[in-house]
Unconditional design. Sequence first.
Length: 170
Amino acid sequence: MSLSWKEIWTVIHGMVLGAIFLVAFAGGLAGLWSLRPEWVTPAGAQERLRRLRAGATIMAATAWLTVITGTYLLHPWYDAPVKDSPRALLLANPATRLWHTFGMEWKAHVGWVTPILATAVAYIIAYYGEQLEHDHKVRTAAMILFSIAFLATGIAGLLGHLLNKVAPVR
């Protein structure tokens, strides 16, 4: 099996960076959920908070890298002004037009919500630090932002996978 340069970047964008984001999300959400005074000792809370800060920072950085590579590297290949570009192929067929009008629009616009929310969560964790253990409302707000970022990413990832099946970037 051989991959073109464009296909390699598609794999890096979706499979590598996307997977890192999703693993960091799972760890971050579990870390926030379990950061409760009745569940951890003070020393355990310090250690957990250190991992939470690192994981949230990695998650935010990965989200930015994913969106930037998608927007500035892959999307121009998708949207190339040639008759056999993935965009042209999707728009030429009424049965696949929705893949572009919904799928790529979601990825191109809503996809930017993920790094913004991931950065907000990383900031909340860094700013509130030890207070997260005792402040249920702030911890819950961070988990909600985490979950919205995950949902937006999950939908974008699924659409990206399906779009790549219907009209791959070659």
